[in-house]
Design a protein around this ligand. Structure first.
Ligand code: UT7
Length: 321
């Protein structure tokens, strides 16, 4: 390895306190714990308190990531925050986190790629670091999807949850522990398969999430398999080189189907969808924090991160932790 690369220094996560079980949802709408578990693997999700904003979740996750990295916010020169549920249309949620951390220098902005947002934000920060424009970056995935769900629609409202995760990244030289590569894709022709039916320049309202679940499912398995193959090939690696897959957590059946197609066993996949449901851009850093926190992921492990979301957008990253 030569030249300047990006290294993970720490990860942090934050989940709202309130746990909502499938049974609680079944008491409110025509669904059941059995259907939700069988079709998605979800048992429960966290829902933000009425006064808890995306930036509040992001700020707490960021503080924990900085503590894990042994770094102070004033050492950062970049914040990239992935969200599809910002506090406000503007200013960015990243600048709210910046103010909360007491950081007055550097640059902070949001990235929007829905469920692929964390991979997109990671790729942006990695390119800033490799280009020499940044030395130390905070990359955050934070969402309050409970705010954009149509709670009268059982097809979508049972699938999502709220949460945030963050990583601290730093420039490194000649260290095998670094981000190997990131791979991003999008195809805007599929915009009406997973979208929010509102926005400032169209309906002037916030709107609600709408999804053609079965169609998204089919595209997800195909796109994820292709982008993972691309990431492995770009680094001359095979699936056996992967210690842990840290995937976006949309549906346990998608995780299992993708793993089977790639030849990566269930015992090498971090799963949090059962406890968190789909937290969109927050799901990968939340899963990473879970794997690191319980000791499954250890220094030097090869990680594969992958995600697919509305747009469609999808992507993957390979990193030696
Ligand atoms: O993170 C971004 C990417 N998002 C995803 O990757 C999500 C991808 N899609 C999925 O995860 C799955 O397609 C779903 C979990 C959304 C749905 O699973 P499915 O196996 O594709 O079910 P379906 O949509 O084909 O619906 C099957 C049945 C339908 O009834 P009929 O028409 O067969 O009588 C639905 O009305 O299940 C019914 N149904 C429900 N029943 C109980 C749909 N939602 C519910 C529900 N409770 N909550």
């Amino acid at each position: 390895m030569t030249g300047r690369r990006t290294q993970f220094r720490g990860v942090g996560a934050y989940l709202p306190e309130r746990i909502v079980t499938n049974d609680e949802l079944a008491a409110r709408m025509d669904t059941s714990d059995a259907w939700i578990r069988e079709r998605t693997g979800i048992r429960e999700r966290r829902i933000a308190a009425p006064d808890e904003k995306t930036s509040d979740l992001a700020l707490e996750a960021s503080r924990r990531a900085l503590a894990a990295a042994g770094r102070d916010a004033c050492e950062l020169d970049l914040i990239v925050l992935a969200t599809a549920t910002p506090d406000r249309t503007f200013p960015s949620t990243a600048t709210a986190v910046q103010a909360g951390l007491g950081m007055t220098g550097g640059a902070a902005f949001d990235v929007q790629a829905v469920c692929s947002g964390f991979i997109y934000a990671l790729a942006v920060a990695d390119n800033f670091i490799r280009a020499g424009q940044s030395r130390s970056a905070l990359v955050i995935g934070a969402e309050t999807f409970s705010r954009i769900l149509d709670w009268n629609e059982r097809e979508t409202s049972v699938l999502f949850g709220d949460g945030a995760g963050a990583v601290v990244l730093e420039a490194c030289e000649d260290d095998p522990r670094h981000l190997l590569s990131t791979h991003l894709h999008s195809d805007g022709r599929h915009g009406d398969m997973l979208y929010v039916d509102g926005g400032p320049s169209s309906t002037r309202t916030v709107g609600h999430l709408r999804m053609k679940g079965r169609e998204v499912f089919k595209h997800a398995v195909t796109n994820l398999t292709e982008v993972v193959d691309e990431a492995l090939a770009a680094n001359g690696l095979g699936p056996e080189a992967i210690d842990w897959v840290v995937p976006h957590q949309a549906n346990l059946r998608i995780l299992r189907a993708t793993g089977r197609k790639l030849g990566i066993g269930d015992d090498r996949v971090i799963v949090t969808v059962d406890r968190h449901a789909n937290t969109s851009a927050a799901s990968i850093p939340l899963a990473l924090a879970a794997g690191v926190g319980d000791g499954r992921i250890s220094e030097g492990d090869m990680l594969l991160l992958e995600a697919m979301g509305g747009g469609f957008t999808w992507g993957a990253a390979l990193a030696r932790w």
